[in-house]
Design a protein around this ligand. Structure first.
Ligand code: NAD
Ligand code: TYD
Length: 339
């Protein structure tokens, strides 16, 4: 199977590529990534040992000529991870979110159609459904789309385009909507890696608002396995929710991290709330487990332990990001990948 992955230098995409190359000997991957601030060539430096089964192309999914060229090589399937993914950045400026998440998705869909690619997989998010009250039932695939941030609005727009291409052109497309991921290689601007690395550095842990917002956590490897399942077995035109049934208040996660690292609660600093901050996300992933047989395998207790250990053991990786030094590695890694 020849898979075109977009955004494969980011957190989930790089974990997905490693999962696919390690698990299947008959899979080859082309990774199209723009190397934005969130893309890190270092994440996939170990792909060398897979030889020709991994290929990297630097470029923008919104660049139609480039996308046409890459898709004309006729992969069997396209999995679109490429996105601007951080809510706080989208609040500061939504422009790049619309360009990448919406226009980029359109370019991929058009080329997918032109070259009659067998399957298109859109990696979406629970955030398209908006926010739940404390006693609301978890989101199902039939919930209305009610995005509240520029980020989630751009992701919901992309989902609607995918639906339209399926309905209008009969394209074989599927959508996964997953809850909050955590695990190795996550950029330290997101809650869990930010809190772990700040705690290690003995700097303040900024908790937004009252810290009582709820997220439904899933280990990135369980998410990657769900994408693999949907890519192979998902029914065309369908949406599949993915979640860990693992709801936690932010403040409890922050306290747990401090405890595990032996650091004091006094490092916690309550700061102004995020504008439009969604109160609670929770996913009902029954459709995916009933129809396709997927279930998460990694408990939160196991996963958070492993994740904290990973960040402690891979301090040079995140220190290079936090100092900005990783940006200078592009030339080094990119140069070596070109050979
Ligand atoms: P990330 O920000 O870590 O990585 C995004 C990657 O996309 C980076 O490598 C970046 O260089 C690349 N990219 C950005 N703009 C691009 C462009 N125009 N062309 C090509 N490449 C581009 O994101 P992530 O956390 O790995 O998320 C991946 C996908 O999963 C996103 O679509 C996101 O919406 C979705 N998702 C994320 C989560 C989560 O908890 N992180 C949960 C559900 C869904
Ligand atoms: P985040 O990791 O940005 O994911 P998302 O907003 O997409 O769910 O944030 C997760 C939760 O943690 C969210 O409720 C906002 C909160 N948060 C903080 O309290 N402090 C922080 O510094 C960050 C980055 C997030």
């Amino acid at each position: 199977m020849r898979v075109l992955v977009t955004g494969g230098l980011g957190f989930i995409g790089s974990n997905f590529i490693l999962h696919m190359l390690e698990t299947y000997s008959d899979v080859s991957i082309t990774n199209l990534d723009l190397i934005t601030y969130a893309g890190n060539l270092e994440n996939l430096k170990d792909t060398d040992r897979h030889g020709d089964r991994y290929q990297f192309v630097k470029g923008d999914i919104a660049d139609r000529n480039l996308v046409d060229d890459v898709v004309s090589r006729k992969p069997d399937v396209i999995v679109n991870f490429a996105a601007e993914s951080h809510v706080d950045r989208s609040i500061l400026d939504a422009s790049q979110f619309l360009r990448t998440n919406v226009i980029g998705t359109q370019a991929l869909l058009d080329c997918c159609r032109k070259y009659k690619i067998d399957r298109y997989v859109q990696i979406s998010t629970d955030e398209v459904y908006g926010s739940l009250g404390p006693s609301d039932a978890p989101f199902t695939e039939t919930n209305d789309l009610k995005p509240n941030s520029p980020y989630s609005a751009s992701k919901a727009s992309a989902d609607l385009l995918v639906r339209a291409y399926y309905k209008t052109y009969g394209m074989d497309a599927v959508i996964t909507r997953c809850s909050n991921n955590y695990g190795p290689l996550q950029f330290p601007e997101k809650l869990i890696p930010l809190m772990i690395t700040n705690a290690v550095q003995d700097i303040e842990l900024p908790v937004y608002g009252d810290g009582m917002n709820v997220r439904d956590w899933i280990h990135v490897m369980d998410h990657c396995r769900s994408i693999d399942t949907v890519m192979r077995k998902g029914k065309t035109g369908q949406i599949y929710n993915v979640g860990g049934s693992c709801e936690h208040h932010n403040i409890d996660i922050v306290r747990l991290i401090l405890t595990k690292l032996g650091k004091p609660d006094s490092l916690i600093k309550y700061v102004s709330d995020r504008p439009g901050h969604d109160r609670r996300y929770a996913m009902n992933a029954q459709k995916l487990s009933n129809e396709l047989g997927w279930t998460p395998l990694i408990s939160f207790e196991q996963g958070i332990e492993q994740t904290i250990k990973w960040y402690v053991e891979n301090e040079p990786w995140w220190r290079r990001i936090k100092t900005g030094e990783y940006l200078t590695y592009y030339e080094k890694w990119y140069g070596s990948l070109q050979k």
